[in-house]
Ligand binder design. Structure first.
Ligand code: MLT
Length: 270
C-alpha cells in the first residue's frame, strides 16, 4: 500500500535497520510484522511479551499522556481503578504527586485533574508524578505493560512513534476502543501510524482490521477533526462540554514526545 495521500505532510519513515540481511549466503528482506487489534478485548495477550506494543486511546488518555510528557511531567503511573489511584496519592503527598483521571468522561471527586490534555500545563505538572486512572486507556496500558516494549501513541505524536518503532520486527498496535466496542478515532490513528511506516510494514501480512484502519486513514486522515467529531466518543465528549479536547486530540504529528512504560511508570523516551 502507498502512504496516505494528504493525511501526512511528512514522508513515510525510512528505517535503516531494515536492510537486507544475509542468511547462509542468501539475501532475505526483513520487514516489520504488525498486528492491529481494534479493541483491548481482542488482543492476543500471550503475543505481547515478544512485541513492541503501541497503545492508542486518542480520546483522550493517550493524548493526555503525551501532553503531560510535553509539559515536563516526571512520570505518569497508570492505574486501572480509582481506589488504588487514591491510595497512591494521598492528600499529604500532593506537592509531589497529582491525582488525575476520569470516569464516564467526567472528573472524579477529590482528584486534582480530569482527562483534558490542555489541563496538563507545565505550571501544573512539570517535575511531578501523576497517578492516572481512566476508563479504558489506563486499563489497556496495564495489559500492554507485559510487552517487551510499550509505547503510548496519539494523533499528536503519531509520527514520532513511527520513528521510534525503527528496528522492530514484531509490533502490535492496540487500539483501546471504548468498553469493548471499537472506537473509530483509534483506528484512524492506527491507520496513520501504518501509513507513516510506509514500505517497512510487511503489507501482505496485514489483517483485515489493519486494512480497515488504513482505509479510514486514507479517506479521513486529511480532515481528522471532522471525522473525530462525528465518532461516538467524539460526539459524547462534545455533549459533555469537552469540544476543545476533541480539537486538541485531532491534531496530527504536533508532538515529538514518545512516552514509554518503564518499571510500571510512563516516562519520556530519551
Ligand atoms: C478512557 O481512557 O476511557 C478515555 O480517556 C475516556 C475519556 O475520554 O476521558
Amino acid at each position: 500500500m502507498q502512504s496516505v495521500a494528504g493525511a501526512l505532510d511528512a514522508p513515510a519513515v525510512r528505517h535503516a535497520p531494515f536492510e537486507r540481511e544475509s542468511l547462509d549466503g542468501l539475501d532475505i528482506d526483513c520487514w516489520m510484522n504488525i498486528r492491529l487489534y481494534p479493541t483491548l478485548e481482542q488482543v492476543d495477550r500471550p503475543a505481547l511479551q515478544d512485541s513492541a506494543v503501541v497503545v492508542i486511546d486518542v480520546l483522550r488518555a493517550s493524548t493526555t499522556i503525551v501532553a503531560a510528557i510535553d509539559s515536563g511531567a516526571e512520570k505518569i503511573i497508570p492505574i486501572a481503578d480509582v481506589e488504588t489511584a487514591s491510595r497512591l496519592a494521598r492528600p499529604s503527598e500532593r506537592d509531589a504527586k497529582l491525582l488525575a483521571g476520569e470516569r464516564k468522561g467526567c472528573p472524579i471527586p477529590g482528584f486534582d485533574l480530569c482527562n483534558s490534555p490542555e489541563e496538563f500545563t507545565a505550571e501544573k505538572v512539570r517535575g511531578r508524578t501523576i497517578v492516572f486512572t481512566t476508563t479504558n486507556g489506563t486499563r489497556a496500558i496495564a495489559v500492554a505493560a507485559k510487552a517487551r516494549r510499550t509505547i503510548i501513541c496519539a494523533m499528536t505524536n503519531v509520527r514520532a512513534v513511527a520513528s521510534a518503532l525503527a528496528g522492530e520486527r514484531e509490533a502490535i498496535v492496540l487500539c483501546c476502543g471504548t468498553e469493548g466496542s471499537v472506537s473509530a478515532e483509534d483506528l484512524l490513528c492506527g491507520g496513520i501510524l501504518l501509513a507513516s511506516l510506509g514500505d517497512e510494514v510487511a503489507s501482505e501480512t496485514l489483517t483485515d482490521s489493519a486494512r480497515i484502519a488504513r482505509i479510514i486513514a486514507d479517506r479521513y486522515g486529511p480532515d481528522a477533526e471532522t471525522f473525530i467529531r462525528s465518532c461516538d466518543h467524539g460526539r459524547r465528549l462534545i455533549e459533555l462540554g469537552f469540544e476543545k479536547d476533541v480539537a486538541f486530540c485531532s491534531r496530527v504529528g504536533v508532538s515529538t514526545s514518545v512516552p514509554i512504560v518503564k518499571g510500571g511508570a510512563i516516562v519520556a523516551l530519551v
